[in-house]
Unconditional design. Structure first.
Length: 163
């Protein structure tokens, strides 16, 4: 091979690399600029759904209900237990203060809720989801009754053990 052929091959490879980088950059620019804004829906105590655009959302704040709950599950036969760690999410710092203030009542209501379910209900994924929704409603009901506003957006189970 002569030097002229080698230079042509190197130039072609360089051009190919530049074209790949430019194409990738243009692809990512077009998808980030033209992506539709996703709406996030939250439900309040009355069941009304309020859509929010991402630009309107504040950073999430989390509150762990300590210690983890350990309850007897209802049902027949041998004793069954549920251990669940509950974390609450809100975007309002006032809610976190209210969660601390009404911590005892929130724990009581969640304890009663968790003790009212059966093992069979919790074995299905839908049962866990339903329990999460019920827990969210219970927490927001306490906050609304005590302070007039309940805007906890989510309940997360960070530990969930059925025995």
């Amino acid at each position: 091979m002569n030097i002229k052929t080698i230079l042509i091959i190197v130039a072609a490879q360089t051009l190919l690399i530049v074209a790949t980088v430019a194409g990738t950059w243009m692809l990512f620019q077009s998808t980030s600029n033209s992506a539709p804004e996703m709406l996030v829906e939250t439900a309040n105590v009355e069941g009304e759904v309020k859509p929010k655009a991402p630009k309107d959302l504040k950073d999430p704040l989390y509150f762990s209900v300590e210690p983890a709950f350990v309850v007897n599950l209802k049902g027949e036969g041998a004793s069954r237990f549920l251990q669940v760690q509950v974390d609450l999410m809100s975007r309002d710092a006032d809610d976190i203060e209210k969660l601390e203030k009404y911590h005892a009542r929130i724990k009581n209501d969640l304890l009663m809720l968790f003790g009212s379910v059966s093992r069979e209900e919790l074995l299905a994924a839908e049962g866990k989801t339903k329990l999460q929704q019920s827990a969210l409603l219970a927490v927001n009901t306490v906050l609304k009754e005590e302070s007039g506003k309940g805007s906890v957006e989510a309940v997360y189970f960070s530990k969930f053990v059925i025995q």
